[in-house]
Design a binder for this molecule. Structure first.
Ligand code: SF4
Length: 364
């Protein structure tokens, strides 16, 4: 198939749903498949895929929304930095409404905080050149998909000797969080629908440990409804035939080794470190930190920032939702106190957040 319409063809979708229903009859236990990526959650909601599943096939959403997993402290530090007269904080728009302990970047901007929304980290360098008397800080979050362009920006800044550009590092890696969920066993996952965008960079090989070590299959999926339905069918087929492997359904974009240049770029600038995931906690080797030779770009080496964390008890279940152990419907605030207009937790902020996607497409 070449064209987008082909991946949305209702007749083909119907045939694959039939195959899924037939396959499910060969399985006499509850199957839980986790779609890791927020964009998959949107497609599943938008095209009603969850509702088409047979009774014993459960689709749960995972931790693949970078905004949702950004810790409270990270937002608090960014807000503190934006209050300094000698600083301009720059960020992707998604982070603006993520709640910190007391406020959001959006509210701080409305109150005069120096915060600029960008589409590319390179734009932050242009701001740095334009305002040499200010310190320009880029809020560096995202998974393997976003990180290469941030690494490239830092490399460029070093080469151009831009001295007033810094990043607040919050970048994370997908395979370690999947391993964390499998090790924790809070939820019995029978298969992963792996994220297409991230896999373009890391390749199919990055998931080999899942079947080898944890004996469950995974399918790297594209983002169209046909991609997802076919990925679900492939996972069921693997389970029925006991063929526990990694399958690449998204061959039109993903290679076995991924994008080696992009991976080299990441690891030229960053080292792997433990990292905090919001609502989940510290996940070993799941984050990135600047290598020693690039530490001049680390804003926390330049400024000492202290934040007071407010103890919250707002019943937000984002941590559980990101692990797949609860659904947005289980949260007492869902659709009441917490809506996309007034998000209480991060999963309601980004359009890729599970609560936001459920609010838009799957409200009962
Ligand atoms: S509905 Fe809101 S408060 Fe509840 S888990 Fe989702 S984001 Fe958190």
């Amino acid at each position: 198939m070449k064209y987008i319409e082909e991946f949305r063809n209702p007749e083909k979708q119907r045939k694959i749903v039939e195959l899924i229903i037939e396959s499910a009859k060969f399985i006499n236990f509850k199957i839980t498949l986790m779609e890791v990526c927020g964009t998959h959650t949107i497609t599943i909601g938008k095209y009603g895929i969850r509702k088409l599943m047979p009774k014993n096939i459960h689709l749960v959403s995972g931790p693949g929304c970078p905004v949702c997993v950004t810790p409270v402290d990270y937002i608090d530090i960014a807000i503190e930095l934006s209050k300094r007269n000698d600083v301009i904080v720059t960020t992707f728009g998604d982070l603006m409404r993520v709640p910190g302990s007391f406020s959001t970047l959006e509210k701080e901007k409305a109150n005069g905080g120096k915060i600029v929304v960008l589409y590319s980290p390179f734009d932050a360098l242009n701001i740095a050149k334009k305002y040499p008397d200010k310190n320009i800080i880029f809020l560096s979050v995202g998974f393997e998909t976003t990180t290469p362009s941030i690494a490239q920006t830092i490399k460029f800044a070093k080469r151009e000797r831009i001295k007033n550009f810094y990043i607040l590092v919050g970048n994370k890696l997908i395979p370690p969080i999947l391993e964390f969920l499998l090790k924790k066993k809070e939820i019995n996952i029978n298969g992963f629908i792996c994220p297409g965008h991230v896999s373009v960079i890391i390749g199919t090989e990055a998931y080999k440990f899942i079947p080898e070590k944890y004996k469950i299959p995974c399918v790297i999926s594209g983002f169209e409804p046909l991609d997802i339905l076919y990925s679900i069918y492939l996972l069921l087929k693997c389970i029925i035939e006991n063929k526990i492997v990694v399958i690449n359904e998204y061959k039109r974009a993903v290679k076995d080794k991924g994008n080696t240049k992009a991976k080299e770029m990441i690891y030229e600038i960053f080292d792997v470190c433990d990292s905090e995931w919001r609502g989940i906690g510290i996940v070993p080797k799941s984050g990135l930190k600047l290598k020693e030779e690039f530490l001049d770009f680390d804003v926390l080496k330049k400024f000492k920032v202290e934040v007071k964390r407010k103890i919250k008890n707002n019943k937000c279940l984002c941590g559980e939702i990101l692990k797949g152990t609860k659904l947005p419907f289980d949260c007492p605030l869902f659709g009441k106190k917490c809506t996309p207009e007034n998000p209480v937790g991060p999963c309601m902020v980004s359009s890729e957040g599970t609560c936001s996607a459920y609010f838009k497409y799957e409200r009962k």
